[in-house]
Design a protein around this ligand. Structure first.
Ligand SMILES: [Zn+2]
Ligand SMILES: [Zn+2]
Length: 376
C-alpha cells in the first residue's frame, strides 16, 4: 500500500471539495471511507469530526494526532486542475494537506502494526472561526485515554524540508473587540452643538496605538489592530455614533489582561474628553498555543536528520489546537510547504499554493514523533 503516492490523491480529492466549519459532510464521508479502506474502524464525533484508533501489537501508551478539515469562504484563483468544485469555498489554509498527512500516517501505521500502544488520528471540524471545533471534539471524547497530542500546520513562509517548532508560546491569544461610541449628531455647519463620533472614534484609534508602544514592557509581544471604523451617513451631517472593531494578539494571559484594561480605559476616557461615551465589548478567541517543553525536546530529537529544525518567533495568528494543549502534554509545529518555483502566497489568499513535496515529510515526522513517544 503506497501511502506516499496515495497522500497526493487524498490531498487533491479533498482540495476539490472544501466545506466551511461544521458543514464538512462530504469531507467527513471521504475520511470515513478512506479510513475504512485501511481496515480501520472510524467513529463520528462533534458532527462532522472523525476519529480512528490504530492499535499496535503490544499494550502501551496512546498518542493522538490531530488534523483540521475546514475550508475558507473564498473563490479559488489558483488555476490548479484540481481546484475547488464548491463555489465560494476553498482550502486556502492547507487543511487539505493536514488531512492527507493524517490519512497517510494512518495508512502507514495500519500496514505494519509492530509498535506498542495506540495511535489515534482525529479529524476536527471548524478550525478557522471561533469558537472552533476543538472544544466540541474534546467534549466528545477525542482526548479520552490519550497521553500526548501532536499537530502540525503546513507553513508557506518556510521551505520544504524545514520544521518550525519552539517550546512555550508558538501561536497567540487571538481576541476580538468592538468599541461603540455615542456622541451627539447634528448639522455639519454647527459643530459646537454636537459631539462628533467620527472625531472621537479617530482619536480612540490613534490612542489605542500607544498601548503596545507606551504601556507594555518592550519585551512583551502584542498586536493591537483596528480593522474597521463604521460611522456617518453623509458629508454634511456630524455623526452621532461610531463603531470600531479590531483584534488583539498576545502570548500571555498577563499581557492580554493588561491590554483589555487599557483598551477599555482609553476608549472611555477619550470619549469622556469630548463629553461622549464609549463602551468596549471584548470577545476572547482562541487561547495561545503553548507547547510543552518535554514534548518539543523529544520531537526535535526524533526529527534529526529528516528535516532542518528552525526555531521561529511565535506566530501572532490563532489556532484552536491550543485547547488540546490545555488538556494534555504535546506540541504543535510548522511544516514548511513553500512552492519551489511558484510565487508564495499567504495562507487565506485565493492564490494560496501548497508544495505537495511537504506531504510525505509530514507523514515521516509525525511517524517519528509518535514512535519516539510510544517506544520511549
Ligand atoms: Zn487558516
Ligand atoms: Zn489553518
Amino acid at each position: 500500500m503506497p501511502w506516499d503516492t496515495d497522500i497526493i490523491t487524498y490531498r487533491r480529492d479533498l482540495h476539490k471539495i472544501p466545506e466551511l466549519g461544521f458543514q464538512e459532510r462530504q469531507t467527513h464521508d471521504y475520511l470515513v471511507r478512506t479510513l475504512k479502506q485501511m481496515g480501520l474502524d472510524p467513529v463520528e464525533l462533534a458532527g462532522t469530526g472523525v476519529m480512528a484508533d490504530i492499535a499496535g501489537t503490544r499494550p502501551g501508551k496512546t498518542i493522538a494526532v490531530r488534523a483540521d478539515i475546514d475550508g475558507l469562504p473564498l473563490d479559488e484563483e489558483t488555476g490548479l486542475e484540481f481546484s475547488s468544485e464548491h463555489p465560494g469555498v476553498m482550502h486556502a489554509c492547507g487543511h487539505d494537506g493536514h488531512m492527507a498527512i493524517a490519512l497517510g500516517l494512518a495508512q502507514r501505521l495500519s500496514a505494519s502494526r509492530d509498535f506498542p500502544g495506540t495511535v489515534r488520528v482525529f479529524f476536527q471540524p471548524a478550525e478557522e472561526k471561533p469558537p472552533g471545533g476543538a472544544p466540541a471534539m474534546i467534549a466528545a471524547g477525542c482526548l479520552d485515554g490519550v497521553d500526548e497530542v501532536l499537530g502540525l500546520h503546513v507553513w508557506a513562509n518556510d521551505p520544504v524540508g524545514t520544521v518550525g517548532i519552539r517550546p512555550g508560546a508558538l501561536m497567540a491569544n487571538a481576541d476580538e473587540f468592538t468599541i461603540r461610541v455615542t456622541g451627539k449628531g447634528g448639522h455639519g455647519s454647527e459643530p459646537a452643538d454636537t459631539k462628533d463620533a467620527v472625531l472621537i472614534a479617530s482619536q480612540i484609534v490613534v490612542n489605542l496605538q500607544t498601548i503596545v508602544s507606551r504601556r507594555l514592557n518592550a519585551f512583551d509581544a502584542a498586536v493591537v489592530s483596528c480593522g474597521t471604523i463604521r460611522s456617518g451617513v453623509t458629508f454634511n451631517i456630524i455623526a452621532e455614533t461610531a463603531e470600531i472593531t479590531g483584534t488583539v494578539r498576545t502570548l500571555s494571559a498577563a499581557v492580554q489582561q493588561k491590554i483589555v484594561r487599557e483598551i477599555g480605559h482609553i476608549a472611555e476616557t477619550t470619549a469622556a474628553m469630548y463629553d461622549a461615551r464609549a463602551v468596549l465589548e471584548y470577545v476572547y478567541g482562541y487561547p495561545a498555543v503553548i507547547n510543552h517543553a518535554a514534548s518539543v525536546a523529544r520531537l526535535e530529537q526524533a526529527f534529526q536528520g529528516v528535516v532542518e529544525i528552525v526555531h521561529p518567533d511565535p506566530a501572532m495568528g490563532g489556532e484552536d489546537f491550543a485547547y488540546y494543549l490545555q488538556e494534555r502534554p504535546g506540541a504543535f509545529f510548522f511544516l514548511g510547504c513553500q512552492p519551489d518555483d511558484a510565487e508564495t502566497f499567504p495562507h487565506h489568499s485565493p492564490h494560496f499554493l501548497l508544495n505537495e513535496k511537504a506531504l510525505p515529510l509530514g507523514v515521516e515526522v509525525l511517524y517519528r514523533g509518535v514512535m519516539s513517544f510510544l517506544t520511549a
